[in-house]
Structures are given as structure tokens and as C-alpha cells.
Design a protein around this ligand. Sequence first.
Ligand code: TXA
Ligand code: MG
Length: 342
Amino acid sequence: MNQRVTQRFDVSQVHLAAELLRDGKLIAFPTETVYGLGANAWNESAIADLYAAKGRPSDNPLIVHVGSMDQIRAVARDVPETALRLIHRFWPGPLTLVLPKHRDLSSRVTGGLDSVGIRIPKHPTALALLQSAGVPVVAPSANRSGRPSATTWQSVVEDLHDRIDGVIMDAPTTIGLESTVVDLTQSHPVILRAGAISLEAVQSVVPETIEATSGTDTQILRRSPGTRHPHYQPVAKVILHPWCGDVPTQLHHVQPWIGEGLEDASRAWIGLHAPPETFAADGIPWTAQERCASVEHYAQRLYAFFREMDHAGVDCIVCESVPEDGIGRALNDRMQRAAGRA
Ligand code: TXA
Ligand code: MG
């Protein structure tokens, strides 16, 4: 692919970035979840460039980001009543709704599907960019395909320097994990990807919502192509550790948490607890350990920690699982995928 000059914009230059975006250039920008790599949804060649820049499989559909409700009618054929209820409660915000696709929208955007994922983000810079561009903007996470998503503009540059036309240099993202994806094209709403808006929160508006679990329903997997490909993986091997709050202390003595062949590997820990003492039994000190103050903080830090540990050359990262509620469900999902287990 062609090398590009990646321009850096500060937040006061959003209108310049918006002009380039409208003209078919690839511009990375912050959202409340992770940084996104934007392209004009009406521009077929920009979309082809975007897949190439990320190295993204062409069957993995993109989320269309819009800055106002009237743009939704241009990309979705139908906005059912359930969608309106969720929109009213959660937009702008980290919720992507999968709706029937409008025929004017290129099937390149949707990976050949007849549905389209749409969201209005909550981030002021993202909203300013979308409103200034005045066109719907496709935006996958701004990372090389398979890598952890970018939660800082520096991570965007690390992965996509010379492959994109610009990046807006804003603060690290506050949520740190991607939006919740809800499919509304079936008889029951289905959560295809857990995210910041929890299952419980979605069910409080639409009680019949169910959750897709990758192991159980191949029909659903087919509808969610993004879940088929490897995701969120640092170079270091990711190892899951059970939630320490639930594990009886003596269990730590019998479970070989560090896999075979990795006994001498350098290691890092991230979790809500300090690493269990048994790890110290083999005499290898931690290269780094991070104890997060809350599940929200853990979510915000996970991808950045992965990248920092890769820079430090750590061999494996041990991640403590968290209870399966609220954003904990999304956090466990990303850690399982990073560990290659989902
Ligand atoms: O928080 C987010 O959603 C971020 C920010 C930038 O908005 N974007 C993001 O995009 O995570 P991406 O491309 O990395 O993930 C999009 C996910 C994929 O799993 C994809 O398969 C799914 O959404 N998706 C998109 N359109 C879909 C559709 N029509 N049907 C089923 N799944 C869809
Ligand atoms: Mg992604």
C-alpha cells in the first residue's frame, strides 16, 4: 500500500481534519470508547484504503458513526421502535445498533451484510468532527487488525504511522473498551459484543434482549463476523487468572498458572488485586504489576498496559478475571480473546 504523510491535528484543528475526512482521507479521532479510524462512508475508495491500512479482513463490517439523528435515515432502511427506545436512553454513547442497511450504503461498509452497525458517540471531539464533516463516517478501532485497540493517539501512531492521513491528538479515552453491539434485525435483540453499556442496562430498556455466546450459536456467529477473527492481542502471551476474590487461597498452590515452557518467562500482572503470593514461590520477580482501583479503571487501562508491556519486552501478561457484571462482562470478553480463548 502507498505510504502517506500522517498529519497531527490538535483539538482546535478539528475542522481541517473534517475537511480531509470528507474528501476521502483517513483520519483517526478519539471517541469515549477507543480511538477510531474514520473514512467518509459514501467514498468507496476511502473505504478500500481503510481496510488496507488496518490489514482488516474484508468480511468484517464497519460501524457507521453519525453526528445527528437525521443522518441515520440515510444509512438505515428502517429504525424499529426498539431501536428508538435504546437511542433515547443511550445516545450519544457507547452503544452500536445493528439495523437493516439502506440500499444507498455500499456493501463494502457492511462486509456484504444486509445490516449496518450505527452509533452516535458521546465524545465532544468526535461529535465536532462528525458534525463538521457532515457525512456519515465509518470508523473501526484505530489499530492494526488483531492488535489491542488504541486508547491514546500515540498508540494510533504506533500502529498506523505512514498508513493514514491524520490523527487528532486528544486525551486518552475514558472508557477504554469498545461499544456494546446490539443486533436489532432479529426477532429478539442480541448483544453481539459486550461493552460499556451492560447487558443489564440494555435489558432495563428492552427486557427480551439476549447475549450471544461464541460457543453456543453458530447462527449468531455468522451474523457477527468480527468475533471470528483474532482480536486485541499484544505480542506477549496473555494468561487469564481467576478472580482472586473467589479463589480459595490453597488453590493458588495447585494451579500451574504459568504455562509449561514459560517457567522462566518474564511476567507482568494486571488486576483488581495484587498478584497472589504463590507466583513469588518460583523466585521470578514481576517486571511490572498494576493494581486497578475499580473495574472501570481496569477497563480503561487494559489495552494501554498491553502495549506498555510489549515495549518493555515482557514475555507474558497475567490478567485477573473480574465478576461477570456491568462492564466486567466486556472486560472478561476482551481478556479471553486476547488470551486466544474465545
Ligand atoms: O467503540 C467502538 O465501537 C469503536 C469506536 C471507534 O467507535 N469502534 C469499533 O469498531 O470497535 P471495530 O470495527 O473495531 O468493531 C466493530 C464491531 C465488529 O465486531 C463488527 O463485526 C461489528 O462491530 N459489526 C459492525 N457492523 C455489523 C453488522 N452489520 N452486523 C454485525 N456486526 C457488526
Ligand atoms: Mg476493532
